[in-house]
Design a protein around this ligand. Structure first.
Ligand code: FSX
Ligand code: SF4
Ligand code: F3S
Length: 386
């Protein structure tokens, strides 16, 4: 391990020891070992999962035992999860698998003090639970918020519960006592579909509703790995991860979909699906010309997939729609057309509006060809040096 990793390792180890030493304030009767065992998951499987999660978090393999321990300690941290204006797809992304994944089991194990979709309580009792949890764990709880938030004059479009509180009020109140705040999903991170033009409810991202710092975990929905990874990263380090310009953790959103896409070879070779269902589609060609926004989208779907690695949008045959980018409903649509068509139609004031991805494809391909040539040259130089 280099010096930097050594320091991070020591820091994480001390923090985990500290969490373990502190009296457990949580009344969590679940035991992760039992949960895993009851679901037929062996210790070996769990350690394999910890290894994969460690790599996902861009940590060296020496952290694997720490990641496993962080998962075991996840039940000691209270989580308050609020729903704003959204489709609940973000929760579903974690909870709806026919065979529960280790990620969803960890999520079960986390002490969800309040989560409208999964808690047993309803009505007054549910509201009371939320208030009790925020009071009891003030300054300690992890806040996760799903959904865009109608704001200003339009706050009342999202009115929740018996006291006529607006979503914005609830979010602000919950943010006050939170230790760390995650905006889960594109709606909460950037406004999402609610904020799409003409944004009738004046929906805002969480970061515009609270003054406290917010870590964005976008995607419509985000993958289960990015949600659980965010919690584990916080347990391991207790600090904000390195973030990009849109406050997204770089361990998850540091690469473009296009960089690691399984169809990338076809893009480089100029082999494109021209229309859905054609021979190119059967051969798994690149989806750029039928609208893929993978070249403009930062997320780790092409590396990790969804539903326990079984599939992801591009493997399923549709281009990436850019769902983890700000304002993607407006900026990336129409979803089945290449963005280049829209750029030509709008950027040059109509000049070149007749240009399509066919022309643009040539430009892209020339750029790619130059890239490949440069790469070959660099490789040759490196080889000669060896
Ligand atoms: Fe939004 Fe999440 Fe898309 Fe849906 O709630 S990010 S509409 S998948 O569910 O907030
Ligand atoms: Fe993959 Fe889309 Fe890039 Fe083609 S354009 S290689 S389908 S990400
Ligand atoms: Fe979204 Fe594109 Fe991934 S549409 S789920 S960022 S492949």
């Amino acid at each position: 391990m280099d010096n930097q990793n050594n320091q991070a390792y020591e820091k994480a180890l001390n923090r985990l020891n500290e969490i373990e030493r502190l009296p457990n304030k949580i009344d969590n009767k679940n035991d992760i070992k039992d949960i895993l065992e009851n679901n037929g998951i062996s210790r070996r499987d769990f350690m394999k999962w910890a290894a994969a999660m460690t790599a996902t978090l861009a940590l060296p393999s020496s952290f694997i035992p720490l990641t496993a321990r962080a998962a075991e300690l996840a039940g000691r941290l209270p989580v308050v999860w609020l729903h704003m204006a959204e489709c609940t797809g973000c929760s579903e992304s974690l909870l709806r698998s026919d065979a529960p994944s280790i990620d969803s089991l960890i999520f079960d194990y986390i002490s969800l003090e309040y989560h409208e979709t999964v808690m047993a309580a309803s009505g007054w009792q549910a509201e009371q639970n939320a208030h009790n949890a925020m009071k009891k764990y003030k300054g300690d709880y992890i806040l996760m918020v799903e959904g865009g938030i109608p704001s200003g004059q339009s706050e009342f479009y999202l009115t929740i519960g018996a006291h006529g509180q607006t979503g914005a009020q609830n979010a602000r109140e919950a943010a006050e006592g939170a230790k760390v705040i995650f905006a889960i999903g594109t709606c909460s991170s950037f406004g999402g579909v609610q904020a799409a033009n003409p944004n009738p409810t004046n929906a805002m991202p969480l970061s515009k509703v609270t003054k406290k710092p917010v870590i964005n975990v976008p995607g419509c929905p985000p993958s289960e790995k990015n949600i659980v990874g965010s919690v584990l990263h916080f347990i391991l380090f207790g600090t904000r991860p390195s973030l990009d310009a849109y406050n997204r953790p770089t361990w998850a959103y540091g690469h473009r979909i296009h960089d690691l896409c399984e169809r990338r070879g076809h893009f480089d070779a100029g082999e494109f699906v021209q229309s859905f269902g054609d021979e190119g589609a059967e051969n798994g060609y690149c989806l750029y010309k039928v609208g893929c926004k993978g070249p403009y989208t930062f997320n780790n779907c092409s590396r990790l997939g969804f539903n326990q690695h079984t599939s992801w949008p591009i493997r399923a045959g549709h281009g990436c729609i850019g769902c983890s980018e700000p304002n993607f409903w407006d900026t990336m649509s129409p979803f089945e057309e290449p963005l280049a068509n829209k750029l030509y139609a709008t950027s040059f004031n109509g000049i070149g509006a007749d240009k399509t991805a066919d022309t643009v494809g040539v430009v892209l391909l020339s750029a790619t060809a130059i890239g490949i040539a440069a790469h070959a040259a660099i490789s040759a130089v490196t080889k000669n040096k060896e």
